[in-house]
Write a protein that binds this ligand. Structure first.
Ligand code: ATP
Ligand code: MG
Length: 332
């Protein structure tokens, strides 16, 4: 059976990369009844002000709804409301090997020069992520390119658990679904860095809550080279910034990069940037407006999260009960 699951960390302003790489694609697969959670437990791997965390958790949920997820189809919930995530994560901490985690590039990036001062949680983050996924025996996880390595770790953990506990096929070998023209949206200031919530420069990203003026100004000021757009898609090679803007246009318009080049090839950024800004505003404004409405109605958002958590707990508790039996914990 196909089970789709994904989540976003409640750790800062959502941006266009999250929208194109994740949110928009969640809504596109909702007929498969996906499990879509807010990763509030992942968020606290770096310090979060408690009041801000609560607001950010609701903000992510509002973004899910505003980008078209229907709570009658998708199960939307905060990770922390389902204790089974933490229970399974502990068992997986005992399955995963230090050597596997030592290879995770996200930890290296996020811990920076201060590895010894990072939280232990930041280090075991991918183990909790494996628990998030395997708790629901998810077979498919739509994510951006940056999550590929974590998904490989999830498969390693599933495989080792199934072997160690003599339970072939108990956990599925989950497939990452990394598709479309915008699986890795880059910073508007630096074509070699991923657009990120945690980038200190607000100019580097288009936030889901940016207004039309901010979107237009960030695109106008985005870094580019001086050449016009190439006449063929291959001409984008080696031009990270140009390639990024073309990918953003393609993803927003639901066309291919080749289609964008067919339309704009040979034109300068003086023409392309305003067209991109107009498209971005047209697509994002309704989502921003709906997000703002929902953020002013926390009761509505909380109702959705509570109902989702109840559904998620049923499945989570069931998996943990099966796992405890396999592991040899007393069934008291
Ligand atoms: P942080 O900087 O806090 O890690 P983030 O911007 O990377 O934040 P996450 O919550 O880690 O956001 O990721 C949520 C989802 O958005 C994941 O599926 C991730 O792959 C996707 N995603 C994040 N950044 C991008 C991006 N620049 N382009 C495409 N997808 C992205
Ligand atoms: Mg990230």
């Amino acid at each position: 059976p196909v089970r789709v699951l994904s989540g976003i960390q409640a750790s800062g302003a959502l941006h266009l990369g999250n929208y194109l790489g994740a949110l928009k694609r969640f809504a596109a697969v909702q007929d498969q009844k996906p499990f879509i959670f807010v990763a509030d437990m992942h968020a606290i791997t770096v310090w979060q002000d408690p009041k801000v965390l609560a607001a950010q958790t609701r903000e992510i949920a509002a973004a899910y709804l505003a980008s078209g997820l229907d709570p009658a189809k998708a199960t939307i919930f905060p990770q922390s409301a389902v204790p089974a995530h933490a229970e399974l994560a502990w068992i997986f901490n005992c399955v995963a090997r230090l050597g596997w985690l030592d290879r995770m590039t996200q930890f290296k990036e996020k811990s920076g020069k201060h590895k010894e001062r990072s939280s232990v949680g930041l280090y075991t983050y991918p183990v909790l992520q494996a628990a998030d996924i395997l708790l629901y025996k998810a077979t498919h996880v739509p994510v951006g390119e940056d999550q590929k390595q974590h998904l490989e770790l999830t498969r390693d953990i599933a495989q080792k658990f199934n072997n160690d506990y003599d339970a072939p096929g108990f956990f599925p070998l989950t497939e990452p679904v990394i598709e479309g023209p915008a699986t890795r949206v880059m910073s508007l200031r630096d074509g070699s860095a991923k657009m990120s919530k945690s980038d200190p420069s607000d100019q580097s990203r288009i936030n889901l809550l940016d207004d039309a003026d901010a979107i237009a100004s960030k695109i106008r000021k985005s870094r580019t080279d001086p050449e016009p757009l190439p006449e063929t898609e291959e001409g984008l090679q080696g031009r990270a910034e140009a390639s990024n803007l073309v990918a953003i246009y393609a993803a927003l318009a639901d066309i291919s990069k080749a289609d964008v080049i067919a339309q704009f090839g040979g034109q300068g950024f003086g023409a392309f940037k305003p067209a991109l800004a107009e498209l971005a505003v047209e697509k994002m404004a309704p989502i921003t407006a709906e997000m703002r409405r929902l953020m002013n109605d926390p009761a509505e958002v909380d109702r959705v999260l509570k109902a989702g958590a109840e559904r998620a707990r049923e499945i989570g508790d069931q998996t943990v009960a099966e796992v405890k039996k396999l592991v040899g914990f007393l069934p008291l």
